[in-house]
Design a protein around this ligand. Structure first.
Ligand SMILES: [Zn+2]
Length: 132
């Protein structure tokens, strides 16, 4: 199997150790089950929750994403409607955050695991040596 770059593995929400196994059970666009996550990597059996409550920290990443969406949507509403009434912002920003909720939920966890999980990439040869 071709080696995935870190960027590609993050984009596809793959395991940070093998970059092969999927972190989430269902695809992103399956809105009813977007949050269902594999406990272990289906490829290398790495435990995604590296310590109890680890993904609570992903809340900070999610907060930063929400803030970015808040600012971008607010700016776009300002430009498109030419400095509209306050209610335009009150309606547009929460709608956009709700639409992007599955995306933020997943990528906050993926980015937090890649950034703060302390997991190093191990290629196939390293993995097979560890299993012996
Ligand atoms: Zn893996």
């Amino acid at each position: 199997m071709p080696v995935k770059s870190t960027f590609q593995a993050i984009l596809e929400a793959r395991c940070p150790r093998c970059r092969q196994g999927k972190m989430f059970v269902f695809p992103l666009l399956k809105f009813s089950r977007f949050s269902q996550m594999n406990a272990h990597c289906p490829h290398c059996h790495f435990r995604f929750e590296v310590e109890p409550g680890f993904f609570i920290g992903a809340m900070y990443v999610s907060y930063a994403m929400s803030l970015a969406i808040f600012m971008v949507v607010g700016f776009l509403v300002y430009l498109v409607f030419d400095n509209p009434d306050f209610y335009y912002y009150i309606i547009a920003i929460p709608i956009m955050v709700l639409i992007l909720l599955p995306f933020m939920y997943r990528y906050s966890r993926v980015l937090f695991l890649y950034g703060f999980g302390g997991v190093k990439y191990e290629d196939e040869q390293t993995n097979s040596r560890l299993r012996l």
